[in-house]
Design a protein around this ligand. Structure first.
Ligand SMILES: [Zn+2]
Length: 258
């Protein structure tokens, strides 16, 4: 069984972009940890940062618990996720504590600076985590990883770059069987559903996620899908570990377009 870390910027990002996939992997017995860089301290118009952060940590924990996953927050601040030295070491410590063999993280190009910074920071921390001399500054540091983990980027939010162009996935995971669980996980984030309802005037949170999941699925002829791209930069692992774990539920995107 693989140890898998799904790490993104904010509470609810993993659920929206990879919830069906982590639910599928959890149902097959793999060990899942969900982590977020921030506790979502800007996600409220009524509650101050400390209070909404408490709410959102609880919501994220409830969501992770639905699939038997652990949840942890790196306690950075919204709109202040920066790929700097201290933050990168903190991410490396989380990689070591989760003993991650496989990492799912945010897309390099996305609509929000925190998402893009998280992507680069996780990429770089994966490089540092196996190096024993790369010290994280933790009071009780975990041992270095044995190797650089397999690294995958999730879709950007909405499947588009900042100009609205389609970001093509390398493969699409069929999440039809776990979509109900994905929706249930996202529904745990009730504070965000309320916040977006106030902002947009519609109860669109869960339905918007469903539309995006359907659109990504259509790229591979599926009812519901989530796209991923493997990072294969030197010297990261090249073998398709996630695709192998998912078997025929991972549909190569280019097969249909070539
Ligand atoms: Zn986010």
């Amino acid at each position: 069984m693989a140890r898998i870390l799904a790490i993104h910027a904010h509470p609810d990002d993993v659920e929206i972009l990879a919830g069906g996939t982590v639910a599928l992997l959890a149902s097959r017995g793999h060990e899942i940890t969900i982590a977020t860089m921030t506790a979502g301290d800007c996600g409220s118009r009524e509650l101050p940062p400390e209070e909404i952060s408490d709410v959102r940590r609880r919501e994220a924990g409830s969501s992770a618990a639905l699939i038997g996953a652990g949840y942890l927050c790196l306690e950075m601040r919204d709109l202040a996720v920066i790929n700097d030295d201290a933050s990168r070491r903190h991410v490396a410590e989380v990689l070591r504590r989760s003993r991650a063999e496989l990492v799912l993280t945010s897309a390099p190009v996305d609509y929000l600076c925190d998402h893009e910074a998280a992507s680069a920071m996780v990429r770089d921390a994966c490089f540092g985590a196996p190096a024993p001399n790369y010290r994280t500054g933790s009071d009780s540091p975990a041992p270095a990883l044995e190797a650089i983990p397999h690294l995958y980027f999730m879709d950007p939010v909405g499947g588009c770059d900042r100009e609205g162009n389609l970001v093509e996935p390398e493969f699409v995971v069929n999440v039809a069987a776990t979509f109900a669980r994905k929706r249930e996980m996202l529904a745990q984030h009730a504070s965000q559903r309320n916040w977006l309802r106030q902002h947009h005037g519609t109860d669109d949170y869960l339905d918007q996620m469903e539309r995006w999941t359907q659109e990504r699925g259509r790229l591979a002829g599926l009812s519901h899908g989530e796209g991923f791209r493997q990072y294969r930069g030197h010297p990261y692992p090249q073998s398709p570990l996630l695709q192998e774990l998912l078997g025929d539920q991972a549909i190569p995107f280019r097969k249909r377009t070539s």
